[in-house]
Design a protein around this ligand. Structure first.
Ligand code: ADP
Ligand code: ZN
Length: 567
């Protein structure tokens, strides 16, 4: 009963109320029309056929004719009568059978259904919801992030101002989705922001600033904001963001480091205290063609090679692994050890020239990165970037056949492909490979599902916006216990599980039981980091363990060795 009343109440609010007035006016018009026809009917019958009918009979005749029921019990027998009956039938079809139902559907039924759908996605979270992540703005980055949250059983809710997206997302992914604007106070209260673990703001910079202010006005829940323009970082902080991620700048830097080999330098991915996790290209180093055992990286620098990337594939290295020109090594070690490595790889006097295709924010960030090295580059874009005064691109469509040839892409060492359209990026990858078989191609993938296709087209390294963005966001909420290297592999830090104190790594059977390998032992107070500890190393509660493994292996670890609630 209550719900019927609330549905009826819908028609008495806002626009629906105005439409209701319109409907009542139309009904009054129809009643008037019927009364006029009934009167004319009576007059015609009396004067043309000498038959007298009551007003009730007139109304009855008019309605049966207008609705095209026409029982045929009262009919005219004169031409004028036929003409009048035809007029009544036609106007009945128009006013009763066409305009009335159409008006009902467009003014009432459709808005009512839409309102129902809106409400379906607007329900407040249950009172006892807490520890959840609230994600404003749904795009490939946050979708990938939410898939990770789901896999890790962390509760979350997505908020979007696009009703269609809300419906699709809820249907296709089963995510909890709320439809609404982040600036509506009701929405924020319903999301139970104060009890949330984290808020992620992934809308435009001004909208994100509003989210920060609105959350700050209510509670201290940390807000991580993805910032489009790095210049807005300060503003976002002022508005109350606890962390700002200039994602496009980060992506541009990622792409740029991988495109150049001029003075091989390691690129630090993340840190765990004093331990750095970094990547370094094999190209341009003296190690090309050697096995890992021959390269003696560990003996010469103290660094551990904990993984090898080859065209997007990650593998755990063996002594006999041959270091390919196109490989990237994943290293773990201290700053001094990395410096020793960079000394070894040295400033190679490589003559470099890099093409940057696309001068949006990502392309521009890549250009800034190369500017600092300095590595000469040529920018190509269809149009001038109004936000950049530092670079002068060659204006033209990079997909036209002549342009890359004319610019002599065959003489370049690297190309960074950064347009915002994946099919364009696949095409540009193919074309660059065709024009220059030896060029180092680094491509941006806007959607995770296109990564493989870019590799197949010939890219040497693909950076997926969604994966990188989701990894950074995951780190933000996981309090840096885990870093994601790629979709299938991660590095995570755990205290020594109880009961293993005093055992050696071999005796602990951690690897056979969980599948995870120990990358390093990090002292939780003072002491030295042990990178790639030998199997006979003794475990102690004074050292935290850094593992590398797949998310499934990490889960197995956490199941076998549950963490105390406080951590
Ligand atoms: P972001 O800011 O994420 O890098 P943008 O959409 O701003 O994304 O950048 C993509 C850039 O790529 C734009 O400046 C666009 O003009 C450029 N671009 C897209 N297609 C082509 C193309 N075929 N040739 C040259 N430039 C292109
Ligand atoms: Zn620029």
């Amino acid at each position: 009963m209550k719900s019927i009343a609330s549905e009826l109440a819908y028609f008495l609010r806002g626009r629906a109320r105005q439409n209701l007035k319109l409907l009542l006016t139309y009904c009054a018009f129809l009643i008037g029309l019927i009364l006029i026809y009934a009167t004319i009917f009576r007059v015609l019958m009396l004067h043309l056929e000498g038959r007298e009918f009551t007003m009730i009979a007139g109304i009855y005749w008019t309605i049966t004719v207008m609705t095209t029921l026409g029982f045929g019990d009262i009919t005219f027998h004169t031409d004028l009568g036929y003409i009048f009956a035809t007029l009544v039938t036609v106007s009945g079809v128009i006013f009763l059978l066409i305009i009335l139902p159409f008006g009902m559907v467009s003014l009432f039924i459709a808005p009512w259904i839409e309102d129902r759908l809106r409400h379906a996605h607007r329900r407040d979270l249950p009172e006892d919801t807490s520890g959840h992540v609230v994600v404003f703005g749904v795009d490939p980055v946050t979708q990938s992030f939410m898939r990770r949250l789901k896999a890790r059983h962390i509760p979350f809710v997505a908020v979007t101002g696009d009703l269609q997206q809300a419906q699709l997302l809820a249907e296709e992914t089963g995510f909890k989705v709320v439809y609404g604007s982040p600036t509506e106070p009701k929405i924020l209260d319903g999301l139970r922001i104060a009890a949330a673990r984290q808020v992620i703001a992934n809308l435009s910079d001004p909208e994100n600033t509003n989210i920060c202010l609105a959350v700050r006005a209510r509670c201290n829940t940390p807000v991580t904001a993805i910032v489009d323009d790095p210049e807005h970082v300060g503003l976002m902080r002022l508005a109350g963001a606890s962390q700002t991620i200039p994602l496009k700048k980060i992506l541009g830097n990622y792409l740029a480091t991988r495109s150049t080999t001029c003075g091989v330098q390691a690129h630090v991915l993340d840190t765990f205290g004093a331990l750095l996790i970094a990547e370094i290209a094999v190209h341009g180093t003296p190690f090309v063609g050697q096995t890992l055992a021959q390269a003696q990286i560990r003996q010469r620098t103290g660094l551990a090679v904990i993984g090898i990337w080859n065209r997007g594939r990650f593998s755990l290295p063996q002594a006999e692994t041959i270091l390919d020109d196109k490989d990237l090594m994943l290293l773990a070690g201290t700053r001094q050890q990395l410096d020793a490595m960079e000394e070894l790889t040295g400033e190679q006097p490589a003559e470099d020239l890099v093409f940057i295709l696309g001068h949006g924010r990502i392309g521009c960030a890549a250009a800034h990165f190369l500017d600092k090295r300095p590595v000469p580059f040529i920018l190509v874009d269809r149009e001038i970037n109004p936000n950049c005064e530092d670079h002068i691109p060659v204006i033209g469509d990079a997909t036209t056949p002549q342009i890359l040839r004319q610019l002599r892409v065959n003489e370049a060492r690297g190309v960074i492909i950064t347009t915002n359209d994946d099919s364009t990026n696949v095409f540009l990858t193919l074309n660059s490979r065709h024009l220059n078989p030896n060029i180092r191609i680094v491509a941006r993938a806007n959607h995770e599902e296109n990564v493989e296709q870019l590799y197949s087209a010939g890219a040497d390294f693909v950076v997926s916006n969604a994966s990188v963005g989701a990894s950074i966001l995951s780190n933000a909420i996981e309090r840096k216990e885990t870093i994601f290297l790629t979709e299938g592999i991660g590095i995570f830090l755990r205290p020594l599980p109880p009961g293993l104190d005093g055992k050696t790594i071999l005796e602990s059977r951690l690897r056979p039981q969980t599948g995870c390998s120990i990358v390093a032992m990090i002292p939780n107070e003072r002491g030295h980091i042990i990178v790639s500890p030998a199997p006979e190393t003794t475990l102690t509660t004074k050292m935290d363990l850094l593992f590398i493994g797949t998310p499934a292996q990490e889960e197995t670890f956490d199941r076998l060795y549950p963490r105390p609630a406080s951590s």
